[in-house]
Design a protein around this ligand. Structure first.
Ligand SMILES: [Zn+2]
Length: 104
């Protein structure tokens, strides 16, 4: 089976973690894609579609030329819970934060 590729490639795969009760929790980066801000629930928007989760940073979206949205592919149905953690995204986040620091 083949499916058409999205226009831009996603940043990576959405990470999951399973807690002690067996509940699957989606792990969303705690740092915005621009590498400048923290992702704040209620301020940043996370939008789950069938195949990916987008996390928008409103502060970056207001700046021209800044990529404000993480695009993370999800292979499972959206879990009921999500939490913020940079750790599973180690290199991905570090790369973005360094790029932001160099652009200053
Ligand atoms: Zn941002």
């Amino acid at each position: 089976m083949s499916s058409p590729l999205p226009p831009a490639s996603p940043d990576g795969a959405l990470r999951y973690r399973v807690d002690r009760t067996g509940t699957t929790i989606a792990v969303i980066p705690a740092t915005c894609k621009g590498g400048r801000h923290l992702v704040v629930p209620g301020v940043s928007r996370a939008i789950a579609t069938e195949s990916e989760v987008r996390v928008d940073c409103p502060a970056c979206a207001a700046m021209p030329g800044v990529d404000a949205s993480w695009r993370l592919t999800s292979s499972r149905p959206s879990p009921d819970r999500a939490e913020l953690d940079d750790e599973p995204y180690g290199d991905l986040i570090l790369h973005r934060v360094r790029a932001a620091a160099n652009a200053r």
